[in-house]
Ligand binder design. Structure first.
Ligand SMILES: NC(=O)c1ccc[n+]([C@@H]2O[C@H](COP(=O)([O-])OP(=O)(O)OC[C@H]3O[C@@H](n4cnc5c(N)ncnc54)[C@H](OP(=O)(O)O)[C@@H]3O)[C@@H](O)[C@H]2O)c1
Length: 368
């Protein structure tokens, strides 16, 4: 049986440290950060019961990297790389052949490239971002279908388009939709991406770009939110009737007021994945329903089921081919979208039907 590890870390250091050892809650955050710097990786939980329809099985470990979000983003990359390389060696000692980088461990420094180089011959590394992209697009298009939006003529806005996830999403969507609005904050970067997407042989969408995000959103049928703004960029008053938004960003790009004030707009969050196996046990609570996981975790699991110790998604330059290939691997091993969630709550089929009916009514297609 193949083994994988998935690196996790405290998202909120003080809160999570106090959960681990209540006395730590009494210390100020900088002191906890100093303690964290001296800690080694450790096993948080064993993951069992994953089984592909091909018959392949795998098991894995959540391995804790002690650094908090702020440390991962602000410390000199060398310090972070060392911690992640330690986590890789520790994972290999547990028998893992492939290590996934969870949450902000995949964002730090050069997004896995250096860590993978330093772990060459010891363990493979992936950020999991290819499957995150694959399922975000899959979710957006499924949402469009449920909300009766014709994809091939739809206008799609990508918020944070010049980023790693945004750029590859634009390239994948360009053959499938009517218009793509690339939205961001840097005009030169947006223009460069616009030219790049437009020059692709398979591009059939009209490609536009803008730094005026709020005004541009008013024309969008579908919105993919993938910025790293760290603050809300999408508000209820800027949305067309019946829009579908897939918010992959963490922290979210979509204001909670959208779901509170717009009963005709469907908000979903990318990547809640059903993991194959009759008795999948994560033995660690991360807020998802039973037997489901984040897309990035799922990418690591499917690499293990495939028996590979090769690196997969690394760095910020994601390729269309890599994303398409992970979709094929996911299908082979029985990973699939497990429905929709938004703001920690399941978005049921009934809720979507209601949203669709509200949109129909607001468009004047049915009497109130
Ligand atoms: N849900 C998941 O499982 C999952 C997995 C991976 C990533 N993510 C999230 O997905 C998002 C994108 O990740 P990434 O790796 O593609 O990040 P990235 O490469 O850093 O790209 C982020 C993009 O957001 C833009 N941006 C930043 N601040 C902005 C602002 N104030 N207004 C408008 N645009 C702004 C950046 O523009 P500039 O080029 O001008 O900086 C860039 O285009 C992040 O929020 C990340 O946390 C989620």
């Amino acid at each position: 049986m193949n083994t994988f590890s998935f690196v996790i870390h405290p998202l909120e250091l003080k809160r999570d440290a106090a959960r681990y050892k209540p006395i730590l809650g009494l210390f100020p955050e900088p002191v906890i950060e100093q303690i964290a710097l001296r800690m080694n990786p450790k096993t948080i939980a064993k993951i069992t019961g994953i089984e592909s329809p091909t018959g392949a099985q795998c098991e894995g470990y959540f391995v804790g990297c002690p650094l908090g979000t702020r440390q991962l983003l602000m410390l000199p990359p060398e310090i972070v790389y060392k911690k992640l390389v330690d986590a890789g060696k520790y994972s290999a000692d547990l028998g893992a052949k492939i290590m996934g980088l969870g949450a902000f461990t995949s964002v730090a420094g050069d997004a896995g490239v250096t860590v993978a180089q330093r772990l060459e011959g010891i363990i493979g590394v992936t950020s999991g971002n290819s499957y995150t992209v694959y399922t975000a697009i899959e979710g957006l298009l499924l949402g469009a279908q449920k909300m009766e939006i014709e994809v091939k003529t739809a206008s799609v806005a990508i918020v944070g388009a010049t980023g790693s996830i945004g750029a590859v999403c634009a390239k994948i969507l360009a053959p499938q939709v009517g218009e793509i609005m690339l939205l961001g904050r840097d005009e030169a970067k947006l223009e460069k991406l616009r030219a790049e997407v437009e020059s692709r042989d398979d591009c059939r969408a009209q490609i536009r770009s803008s730094t005026d995000i709020r005004a541009s959103l008013r024309g969008a049928d579908l919105i993919l939110a993938v910025s790293s703004a760290g603050k809300e960029l999408i508000f209820p008053e800027d949305l067309k009737v019946g829009t579908v938004i897939c918010d992959v960003a963490r922290p979210r790009d979509v204001s909670k007021s959208v779901v509170e004030k717009r009963d005709d707009v469907l908000v979903i969050e990318g990547g809640v994945i059903e993991v194959p196996g009759t008795d999948v046990q994560f033995n660690f609570e991360f807020g998802f329903p039973r037997s489901t996981a984040f897309a990035c975790m799922s990418e690591t699991m499917m690499m293990a089921l495939d028996g590979t110790n090769q690196n997969y998604t690394l760095g910020r330059d994601l390729s269309v081919e890599q994303v398409q290939k992970i979709g094929v691997i996911a299908q082979k091993h029985g990973f699939k979208l497990a429905g929709f969630r938004a703001f920690e709550i399941a978005v049921t089929d009934e809720a979507i039907e209601k949203t669709r009916d509200n949109a129909r009514r607001k468009r004047g297609l049915v009497a109130a």
